[in-house]
Write a protein that binds this ligand. Structure first.
Ligand code: AFP
Length: 322
């Protein structure tokens, strides 16, 4: 089985970018071990702190953020980092060419029930002459990403990675500490009968999403004329992995539950990297009104509506929004 560096070299991926990806993965291997230790290493449960977004931090949120931050900044490959768990961007090496945005442990509330969690990352080139301490270097649309991926800590530890030449899966060989290529060029099936949404928010959705989901639930008695199945992992990384493996539509739409927070998922380190992985596998990623990767960000922790997955089903969902 082929290892990660040669696969990326064959793609013509710059050596510096490969080294940066390997640096991210070094931290992820450590995270995989820590998550796997669970209650044995005393890392489950919450801290007494909240992050800038008002969410209670899990102990593993703090630990995984520190691991990624330390290893990335020490590597010298990054000009700056942005993280879900950091209030502001953190400056790195002024001579480095890349910036990394990450969610160190997506779905961290799942750690307490031994369910799926993962690390999501997005890599972009730093603008020429940019100063590491300037947060505006992250204000680039997702289409500028040079690499994006996630590491899913499940029964096996799986990396989904794209450098713009398709989406691939690698599985961590835990005996040798190496990510091995286990699927070249993942493809999201165009058709699906599976959807993922937190249906408890239904009464807060906008009419377009209400109508779309009602029609899915009506199944063969409704306008779609066939039955649909629902799944919800409560960790985007797990839901997107399922969509990449066997198709589906995943959405976290705009809602009116909290007027100060109409959208849940973060653009820079959740929506953008997942959008790139999905598009590179033949799927679609939209907010309902525009392509996610076309959005010009204006804040590090900006949130967006997300509708992604199988091409035909996402297009059907978008037709309700017109
Ligand atoms: P955390 O990373 O803070 O655990 O949040 C996970 C998440 O942002 C995303 O991964 C899930 O799809 C979504 O939240 C789950 O939200 P619900 O609480 O509505 O199920």
């Amino acid at each position: 089985m082929r290892r990660l560096p040669p696969v990326l070299l064959e793609d013509g991926c710059p050596r510096e970018l490969i080294s940066l990806i390997r640096t991210v993965l070094a931290a992820c291997k450590e995270i995989s071990f820590r998550v796997g230790q669970g209650a044995l290493s005393g890392v489950l449960g919450s801290t007494l702190d909240e992050n800038i977004q008002g969410e209670t931090q899990k102990k593993l949120d703090v630990l995984t953020n520190q691991l990624l931050k330390d290893i990335l900044l020490e590597s010298g490959y990054v000009k700056a980092i942005a993280s879900e768990e950091e209030d502001f961007t953190v400056a790195g090496n002024p001579d480095a060419n890349y910036i990394v945005a990450f969610d160190p442990l997506d779905g961290s509330s799942n750690t307490d029930i031994n369910s799926l969690v993962g690390t999501i990352f997005s890599i972009m080139a730093a603008p020429e002459g940019a100063v590491p301490a300037d947060p505006s270097i992250f204000m680039q649309p997702g289409k500028n990403q040079v690499a994006a991926g996630y590491v899913l800590y499940g029964p096996s530890t799986v990396l989904a990675l794209t450098t713009g030449k398709g989406t691939r899966f690698f599985t961590l060989d835990k005996t040798h500490g190496t990510f091995l290529l286990t699927q070249d060029f993942a493809t999201v099936p165009e058709e699906t009968s599976e959807f993922a949404i937190n249906a408890s928010n239904q009464r807060h959705w906008q009419p377009a999403m209400q109508n779309y989901i009602n029609d899915l639930i009506a199944g063969d008695t409704g306008p779609r004329g066939r039955n649909f199945n629902m799944r919800w992992i409560a960790a985007m990384v797990g839901d997107v992995h399922r969509v990449l493996c066997r198709g589906g539509i995943f959405t976290y739409p705009t809602d009116t539950k909290d007027p100060n927070k109409p959208n849940k998922l973060r653009l820079l380190y959740e929506a953008n990297p997942m959008a790139m992985l999905i598009e590179q596998a033949g799927g679609i990623a939209s907010t309902g009104t525009e392509r996610i990767m076309d959005i010009q960000p204006d804040a590090i922790h900006q949130r967006v509506a997300v509708i992604l997955g199988s091409k035909n089903e996402v297009e059907t969902c978008l037709s309700y929004h017109k």
